[in-house]
Design a protein around this ligand. Structure first.
Ligand code: PEP
Ligand code: MG
Length: 594
């Protein structure tokens, strides 16, 4: 009898709910090192043929993705692959690679790398931002060629019905590209609760455990695997007994397959009558359905950089306008808030330029936009044009002071003047600031005086206040949402908004966790934005609490000396005030050192 491979259990962090039994589908990290080896003269023809075959396979694959992209992710995604198809079929480019193989007598992988590096270097020197952005297309195409040469067959991704994607570090753009209808779950070595891949997984209802550290290298495609987000665990080669235990659970429809639970809609009030708005955070068209399904009050945060997920900065004004109009239509009367591209963070890092040493502190978000004037102006024009037919607002990411807001406002004024000259219809667009770095909190009163609204991004606020990388599992224990310094920052920002008479929306992941949402209400928030699937739980919790009790609990938290103490208070106070809402398992658990 064949011996059963021993079961391996690995602990991580369950970031998107669900339990799934499936088969590993390893995502080959094509970016890994490319080696050089010599090819004998008599084998050169075979080598060039190997390259030609890979190029043909890559372009066939890409055409298929392009055709499917329209259906899965929305039409605005389909065209972005055209440039890549053209490149993959460009005889000059393919010819250069073949020539290098023959002239240098080297393997195809090495030739692709050398020719690709040369081309991207040329592009990086172009002055025009738009054209320079095309360098990312070259990188993408080279990557596809290398993947095709490695023999990996990404087509399988779409065939396996029970595929569990296992990877080291899945970029959100790569996740956006997968056939999400067939993927059943996700397991990655890196990542944290607020990494964009985790946010996206929750958005599309894909069960996920991240931060598994050393799991990827132990897997093979086809291995049996259980992903259990409730236990923060994955199990490789589960034993018969383990499987039998899980079969019962997974026999129930998973959160993902369950028929849509149509949540209550209409006004949400706490027990003491405070009206709370719940808005939607969205990234991809695949999440659009949830906005209506869960009764969101418009779109509180559209992370527009996901429009660029696959093709870098080449999205034209017209293409952007179409996308923003679609978002405005979806949001209806309550309107949508478009965040200007938050580029340069972990969600887009590979596409735009050489990796920075410290991207979170680098040329990110509004800094990127101010440095790349033409990219920002193109986006502003597209939003202004789309606002002619729908209700849109703009929010500026990573603001640190008033001057940044003023510079963008000046640009908007100039773009409006041009549109008027051109006789193009545009709409008025209120401007808000993301409050997500400590400098913005400290300047909150001054920033509030020059914007129409605030959006509190608690994900980055925790990251920057505590100096803890939000997607590094090594420091996940230090990512303490309930740190008193974070609560102070939120409190000060909300007060500044109130005093200035402007609305403040809390749109970080904190808002989507019921216990934390209660604290936000205690801090004075009345407007929360979150991934739509989180709304039913937050809604039913907030409808059952009273804001006065929440305030008393929060005031006590604000006197604490550290995160452990706040977590302890939250456990005891929420658990005793509303035991039916907060069983112990739903509250922050004591750390082993406590
Ligand atoms: C945040 O920082 O909390 C936020 C909402 O933006 P993102 O998660 O996209 O950085
Ligand atoms: Mg942010």
């Amino acid at each position: 009898m064949k011996e059963q491979t021993p079961e391996i259990r690995c602990k991580g962090l369950g970031v998107s709910e669900g339990v799934v039994i499936g088969q590993v589908l390893r995502l080959v990290d094509g970016a890994s090192q490319v080696s050089r080896w010599s090819v004998k003269a008599e084998d050169l023809e075979k080598e060039t043929q190997r390259f030609r075959d890979a190029a043909a396979a890559a372009s066939q694959r890409l055409r298929k993705i392009r055709d499917q992209a329209g259906g899965r992710l929305g039409n605005e995604y389909a065209y972005i692959f055209d440039a890549h198809v053209l490149l993959l079929e460009d005889e000059k480019l393919l010819g250069d690679i073949v020539e290098y193989i023959t002239a240098e007598r080297v393997n195809a992988e090495w030739a692709i790398k050398v020719v690709g590096d040369r081309l991207t270097a040329l592009y990086s020197e172009i002055k025009d931002d738009y054209l320079r952005g095309r360098g990312s297309d070259i990188e993408d195409v080279m990557q596809r060629l290398l993947t095709a040469l490695s023999g990996a067959r990404p087509e399988d991704l779409q065939l396996a019905e029970d595929a569990v994607i296992v990877s080291r570090d899945l970029l959100p753009s790569a996740l956006a590209e997968l056939d999400l209808t067939h993927a059943q779950a996700l397991a990655t070595d890196s990542g944290g609760w607020t990494s964009h891949t985790a946010i996206l997984a929750r958005g599309i209802g894909l069960p996920a455990v991240v931060g598994l550290r050393d799991f990827y290298r132990r897997t093979k495609t086809g291995d049996r695997i259980i992903v259990d987000s409730h236990r923060n665990e994955v199990i490789l080669h589960p034993s018969r007994e383990t499987l039998a235990g899980y079969d019962k659970q997974t026999g129930q429809p998973s959160a993902r397959r369950k028929a849509a639970h149509v949540a209550d809609r209409g006004a949400l009030r706490t027990q003491d009558g405070v009206e709370i708005k719940l808005r939607a955070n969205i990234e991809l068209p695949a999440e659009f359905d949830g906005v209506e399904k869960y009764g969101a009050c418009g779109i509180g945060l559209y992370r527009s950089e996901f429009l660029l997920a696959r093709n870098g900065l080449t999205v034209s004004e017209q293409e952007q306008r179409i996308a923003y109009e679609a978002v405005a239509r979806l949001a209806g009367e309550a309107g949508a808030i478009i965040r200007l591209f938050d580029l340069g963070g972990e969600n887009t890092r590979s596409h735009f330029r050489e990796p920075e040493k410290n991207p979170a502190l680098g040329l990110r978000a509004i800094r990127f936009g101010l440095r790349n004037d033409s990219v920002m102006r193109r986006q502003l024009r597209a939003i202004l044009l789309a606002a002619a037919s729908g209700k849109l607002k703009i929010v500026l990411p990573m603001v640190t002071d008033v001057s940044e807001v003023k510079r963008v406002k000046a640009m908007i004024g100039e773009e409006i003047a041009k549109l008027m000259d051109e006789g193009q219809p545009y709409g008025d667009v209120p401007i808000g600031a993301m409050i997500e770095v400590p400098a913005a909190v400290m300047m909150a009163e001054k920033i509030a005086a020059c914007v129409d609204f605030f959006e509190l991004g608690t994900n980055d606020l925790v990251q920057y206040t505590l100096a803890v990388d939000r997607s590094n599992d090594e420091v996940a224990d230090w990512f303490r949402t309930l740190h008193p310094a974070v609560l102070e920052g939120i409190s000060r920002s909300l007060k500044a908004a109130e005093q200035a008479g402007i609305p403040a929306i809390v749109c970080g992941e904190m808002a989507s966790t019921p216990a934390y949402a209660v604290l936000l209400i205690g801090l004075g928030a009345t407007d929360l934005s979150m991934t739509p699937s989180a709304m039913p739980r937050v809604r039913s919790t907030l409808a059952a609490i009273d804001s006065a009790s929440a305030r008393i609990i929060v005031d006590e938290c604000l006197t604490c000396e550290g995160a452990d103490e706040v977590e302890y208070l939250v456990r005891t106070r929420l658990g005793s005030r509303w035991p039916h809402l907060f069983p112990a398992s739903s509250l922050p658990q004591p750390r082993p050192t406590e």
